[in-house]
Design a protein. Sequence first.
Length: 356
Amino acid sequence: MIATDQPIDIRMTTASRIQEVDWSNLGFGRVFSDHMCVIRYENGKWHTPGIEPYGPLHFSPAISALHYGQAIFEGLKAYRNEHNEVYIFRPDMNARRLNHSARRMCMPELPEEVFLDTLKALVHLDRNWVPGSPGSALYIRPHMFATDEYVGVRPSESYLFVIFTCPVDRYYTGEVKVKIETHYSRAVRGGTGEAKAAGNYGAALLPARIGQQEGYNQLLWTDAISHEFIEESGTMNVMFRSGNTLFTPMITDSILSGVTRDSVLTLAREWGMVVEERRVRADELVGMISNGELDEAFGAGTAATIAPIRTIHYQGTDYSLPPSSGWTFCNRLSSYLDRLRHGLEPDTRGWNLRIA
Ligand SMILES: Cc1ncc(COP(=O)(O)O)c(C=O)c1O
C-alpha cells in the first residue's frame, strides 16, 4: 500500500468489474472504477476517510445540495506511461481549488493533505484501471455536497466528500467550432463563476444545447454585462496566439482558474513567448482572424486537454483559421504536455505525483 499519513478505512470489493471493461471504447465518464472514497463532515469536523466499493449512496430527498445547490467538484487525471508507472498531474492545484470553491459556497474546507492522501490511496488501489493507450487517462472526480436533511435556505451543517474515478478517452477529437455567446451568461462579476460549483454547469446547459443545435461544439462565454469581452468556454479556458504573443482573458471572479491554463502560461513564458493576461474583446479577436493576424486559438482544460479552435462564430458570421496541423505552438504544447504527464520529459517543476 502507498504510504499515507491519514488513517483510511478500506473495504475492498469482492467482485471487481475490470474484466467487463471494453478498453477500446471507453468514451468519457461512462465507466467507473471499482472503488470510491467517502468522507463525512459532521459536528464541525471531517471524519475518518473510507474507501469502499463504487456504488449508490443512500440519502434523503431533502438533502440541501439538491435544493439549494451547495455542491462543488474537481476534475483531474492520472496517466500510465510505457514503463507502467502511474502519475497524477498537479493534484495539489485541485486540492487548493476545491477549498477556494468551498469558501465561495459557504462549505467546509477539506485539509489539502486529506485530499491528497485519500486520492493517492484510491488511485493506487485502482491502479489497474488507469489506461495506457494514447489520449486515454483515469479521470478523477472529487466532489463535495451538502447533506443536511432540512428544508430551509441556510448553509448545511453536514457534507459528504466523495472521489470516484473513470477510465476515459479524449473528450474532443480534432478541431472544435465555438460560438461567442452574446445573449446568455454563465457567470457574472460577484457571482460563482470562479468556483467549480455544480450550478454553474446547470445554468450553461440550455445555451450550450442551442449552440450545439446550430453546429457548434462549445460556447465562448462573454462577460455578463456588456457581452463584449471573452471569458472562457464551457469546460476549458481559452488562449490565442499572434506571432510570439500568447494572450488569454485575465482571471476574474467570473472565470474558473484552470490548472491547464496555469501550466500552458508557465510553459509559454519558459519558451520565451510574451504572455498577456488581459481583457480580450470579441470584436478584436474576430478582427484579427479576418486580418490574418491570429495564428492559433485553443481551449485548455483537464478533460479537453489542448483543443484547437478552428472556427469562431460571432454575431452571425463564422471566422475560420487555417488547419491546426500547422499550428506550431499548439502542437508543441500538446506533445510536450503529453510526454510530461506520461513521465517522458524531466519533471523539473514537480508537476507529476507518482502513484505506482
Ligand atoms: C468552466 C471551466 N473552465 C476551465 C476549465 C479548465 O480547468 P482545468 O484546466 O483545471 O481542468 C474547466 C474544467 O475543469 C471548467 O469547467
